[in-house]
Design a protein around this ligand. Structure first.
Ligand SMILES: NC(=O)c1ccc[n+]([C@@H]2O[C@H](COP(=O)([O-])OP(=O)(O)OC[C@H]3O[C@@H](n4cnc5c(N)ncnc54)[C@H](O)[C@@H]3O)[C@@H](O)[C@H]2O)c1
Length: 439
């Protein structure tokens, strides 16, 4: 993260939120925003809408709403737009996703129907299970990037939007490693766009278009996308905040809540087996091994940093960590995640913990997406750019500089986020010394 200096610009005018992928998460986000701003539902799970922060000035401690403490855009000022490979408007897409009830969707039907997807940039080899028809054509990938840039400019003009943030909520793409000569510098990346190199994924083209227009980009899926040095270089050059990846919504959230507790008590872990059944379109896409590999890498990454097996070999060395996702259509978006944790206590006596989390995937992910776009907009107005590490709280696999491990412990992440807000507003950072409550 590059730190800005000086005043934070006010959140004046409308904030455009541009979303590649109008599926379960994004339609739940959009409908939830509309229901909340009409006072028809509560935005539970959202730090920006319901969170409070403990601040201390002149030796007095008090709690204030986060949204009153930092100058965030208001829900009333949000305008949504997006792209999908299917032509359905957001109302139809939300019905298809079947996360929210018809009763809830009908309360905001007109607003949802008014959001129609723009044609997507899509290459079937990146998501083999989907066969959409609402797709742009262009002579080269460079042309497609230019079409996205025009989409963004048109959206801004049409909706009289002052600022924009883009958040990737489209399907997880196949697993990729960065390639030198293609992904390493912006010069090579642009050359590869013009040559339509097969290793330039759709998500990279959306991210390129967003950063090129000066708009922050957040990656809600685990694909490589903005982790490539070329796009980081462009973000630094254009002073744009970026971040990712993969919303920390269900099973991984539970892991990063529980694992720090076990570690704090020095309880050993011999194995952690996680499996899910999931029946939505995301589950269908992840049924393809190449797409699942991207998700698996992201899900597997969290425990090592928390347990520090090198520092505590007798507690955590060689623990077995397995993650599975099974596509099971009857469940739809109502995922069930099971965890079996084999733990070892005093004198190495063995115990087990079982978790059965009957969750709703998109109900958990939508508030994360909302908080991210509002904080990314704040970051830009505060002059911060590059990777926003202080938002690791929201990511399953937070982007981090090569010289440092990512932070996965949810409580450290929470402290980091809150202290960054205090730092932005010139309030003292919180420690446990003399503070009544740490949060
Ligand atoms: N739901 C969660 O809890 C959760 C958590 C972490 C990450 N994610 C990730 O968020 C993403 C969205 O999840 P979801 O449950 O909404 O999935 P979804 O399948 O319901 O929605 C994804 C949408 O993206 C569209 N799409 C695919 N490629 C596209 C492209 N190139 N351009 C535009 N649109 C494209 C699909 O047609 C679909 O409508 C997935 O990558 C998922 O892995 C979801």
């Amino acid at each position: 993260m590059k730190k800005g200096t000086g005043e934070i610009a006010k959140a004046e005018g409308k904030l455009g939120i541009l979303i590649p992928g109008l599926g379960a998460v994004s339609t739940t986000l959009i409908a939830g925003t509309f229901l909340s701003r009409k006072g028809l539902a509560e935005p539970k799970g959202s730090l920006t809408q319901m969170g409070k922060i403990n601040i201390k000035k002149d030796n007095e401690t008090k709690y204030v709403n986060i949204k009153d403490f930092v100058p965030l855009a208001k829900l009333d000022d949000i305008v949504y737009g997006g792209w999908d490979i299917f032509e359905d408007n957001v109302y139809e897409a939300a019905k298809h996703a079947a996360v929210l009830t018809n009763d809830d969707l009908n309360k905001v039907k007109d607003e949802l129907e008014a959001i129609k997807p723009m044609k997507a940039v899509f290459f079937p080899q990146y998501v083999k299970k989907l066969h959409g028809t609402w797709i742009k054509s262009g002579a080269t990938k460079w042309d497609l990037a230019e079409q996205l840039i025009s989409d963004i400019e048109n959206f801004k003009k049409l909706n009289k939007v002052e600022r924009c943030v883009m958040i990737w909520c489209a399907s997880t793409e196949i697993y990729q490693e960065p390639i030198t000569g293609i992904h390493d510098t912006i010069e090579n990346f642009e050359k590869a766009l013009k040559e339509s190199h097969p290793s330039i994924a759709p998500s990279m083209i959306y991210a390129y278009a967003s950063i090129k227009c000066g708009h922050p980009f957040a990656n809600g899926a685990p694909n490589l996308c903005i982790e490539i040095p070329a796009l980081q270089e462009l973000a630094d050059k254009n002073r744009v905040p970026i971040g990712g990846k993969d919303f920390k919504s269900g099973q991984t959230l539970m892991k990063t809540i529980l694992a720090p507790g076990l570690k704090a008590r020095l309880i050993g872990v011999d194995g952690w087996y996680s499996t899910n059944i999931l029946g939505n379109r995301d589950g269908e896409v992840l049924d393809d091994p190449e797409n699942f590999k991207t998700k698996e890498k992201s899900k597997l990454s969290v425990l090592d940093q928390i347990f520090q097996p090198d520092l505590y070999p007798s507690l955590y060395k060689d623990y077995c960590h397995v993650v599975r996702i099974n596509y099971y259509p009857p469940r739809g978006d109502n995922k069930e995640g099971w965890d079996n944790i084999d733990i070892a206590g005093w004198l190495d006596y063995k115990m087990q913990i079982k978790i059965d989390f009957l969750c709703r995937d998109s109900i958990l992910a939508a508030p994360i997406a909302l908080d991210l776009v509002l904080f990314f907009d704040l970051a830009q107005r505060a002059g911060m750019y590059g990777n926003q590490e202080w938002l690791s709280f929201f990511w399953k696999s937070p982007m981090h500089p090569a010289e440092r491990l990512p932070e996965h412990d949810l409580f450290v992440q929470s402290m980091k986020l809150r202290n960054t807000l205090r730092w932005l507003m010139d309030y003292p950072l919180q420690t446990h010394f003399g503070d009544e409550h740490i949060d």
